[in-house]
Design a binder for this molecule. Sequence first.
Ligand code: NAD
Length: 539
Amino acid sequence: MSTIRIYKAKNEPVLKYLKGSKERKMVVKSYNEMFNSKIDIPLFIGSEKILTNDRKLILPPHDYKNSIGTYSQANENHVKHAIKNLLENKKSWSETPWEKRCDIFLKAADLISNKYRSKITAGTMIGQSKNIFQAEIDAACEFIDFLRFNVAYLTEIYNEQPVNGEGKSNNLEYRSLEGFVYAITPFNFTAIGGNLCASAALMGNVVLWKPSDNQIYTAKITMDIFREAGLPDGIINLITGDPKMISDIALSHPEFSGLHFTGSTSVFRDLWKKIGNNINLYRDYPRIVGETGGKDFIFCHPTADIDTTSTAIIRGAFEYQGQKCSAASRIYIPNSISDNLINKVIDETKTIKMGSPIDFNNFMTAVIHAGAFERISKYIDYAKSSNECEILHGGNYDDSVGYFVEPTIILTRNHQFKTMKEEIFGPVVTLYVYDDKNWEEMLDIVDNTSEYALTGAFISQDEESIKIALNKLRYSAGNFYVNDKPSGAVVGQQPFGGCRASGTDDKAGSKLNLLRWVSPRLVSRTHNPPTSYPYDYMD
Ligand code: NAD
C-alpha cells in the first residue's frame, strides 16, 4: 500500500448561546417546533424503515406527561432480518475505498456542525433533558470531534507499516472484522450513541446498533444524518426493543465479531458471560469493548485552593444531574480547610436553579426516567435514615411533572459509607473529612473503596504531593485530572475510559479504540524467492 495522506483534526469550537445570539434563537426555535410535534420512530433495516405495531412512548424526562411520539419495538424476526441484511452488505462496505468511508463520516460531522446543529442539540435537550450547554458539548461538539478525530486516527493507523526486509515488501492490511459488530449504547450521551457505531463502521464493519430507549429521539436524528452524509443502507441497522431478546439473538450468531458497549457494569458483565458461554458458536474470537460505571473521586490535598475545589465539586457532581459516568461522587477533604470549603460548596449549591432545559437560567434539569428517580431517591432516603451521615443540602425530590431531584450533599463520618462506594448516577455527592496528617494513607483508602476505576481528580498546589498521588492512585482511574473536575473529557485531548469494574479501557475517541475494530492481515511479497533448500552455513 502506498503511504496515505494524514488527516489532521481540530476540536469543534463550543458555541456560547449568549442571550440574543443567532445560535440561541435557532435552538429555541427547533426546541419549540420539536416539542410541539410528534414523531414515530421506525426500525432502520437496510433501506426499510419499519414501524411495528408494538410501540413505546417517547417522554421528555422534565415533562413526562407530554409524549413527543413513539418508537417501534422489534420482534425476533426483525433482529434476524437486520443481521442478515448487514451481512449481505458486508463485502461491498469493507471493500469501499477508505477515502470514501472517511468522506462520509467527515460529511456527517459537517452536517452536525451546520445544518443539523440546532436540531440535534434541541433533541438532546428534549429527549435526554440536558441544558443547552451540556447538549452543545455532547450532541454537537463531542459528536463532531469523534467523527473527525476517528478519521485522523484511521489515517495514522493505515500508515503504520512494517519495514521491508531484503528482497521483500511487507504490508499490513487493516481489514475490518469478518462478521458484524454489535453496538449497545447508553442514554446519557448522544455522541456516544453515534460514535460506537460510526467508529466500527468507519473501519469497514457493519454494525447492529441498539441504542438506549432513552436516547432513541436523537438516535433517529443520527441515522438521518448518516444517511444524508452518504452512508449506504444496511451498514448501520438500528433496532430497538427488548435488550435481552436482541442481545440473545445477536450474541448467538456465528458471525458475531465484536461488542462495542457503553452502559452499566452489571449489564456488561452479563453480556461478557453470554459471549463466553457461546464461544464455541463463533467463527472469530469476538472483540469485547465495554466502558461502564464509575464512582469518581475528588481528593483535596491540604494545599488545595478553595475556589478551584468548590467549582470542581459543584460542576463535577451536579452537571447533567450527576448522570455522567465521570461525575464526581465521593470527595475527600482535609480537616484544615473543611469548614471554609464545605460552606462555600453549600452556599453556591443553594444558587443552582433546576427546571426545564428551555429555561436558560437552569443549571440542572430532570433525571432520565422513573427508574433512575426511584433509585436515586432510595439512596437519599438511606442517607436520611443513617446515623453515619447528615444531609447538608438538598435531599428533596419531586416527580409530579418531571423527574426532579435536588442537588444533594451528604457528609459522612465513615469513608466506607454506602454512598462513598456505589454508583448512584444522580445529583448526590458525599463528602468525607480526613485528618490532614493522614493524607497519604487516605490515598490507599481512595484506591480501595470502590470497585470502579474510571475518573478521579487530585487538587493540590504542592508538586511533590501530585507525584505521590499519581503513584499511589496509578490504577484508581483511567482518566486522572490534576486541579480540575474529573469529568468533561474532550476528544483528541483526553482519551476516555477506565479499568477495573469501569471497563476495558479502550479509550473512546482514540486510536486504541479503532484498533479493536480491525483484524490486520500481513502480506509479505518476496521478489526473488529462494530456489533450493540448503542454507549457506551448510557449505
Ligand atoms: P444501562 O446499562 O441501563 O443501559 C445501557 C444499554 O444497555 C442500553 O442500550 C440498554 O438498553 C442496554 N441493556 C440494558 N439491559 C440489557 C440487557 N440485559 N442486555 C443487553 N443490553 C441491555 O445504562 P444507562 O442507564 O443507559 O447508562 C448509564 C450507565 O452507563 C452508568 O453506569 C454509566 O456509568 C455508564 N456509562 C459509562 C460510560 C463510560 O465511558 N465509562 C459512559 C456513559 C455511561
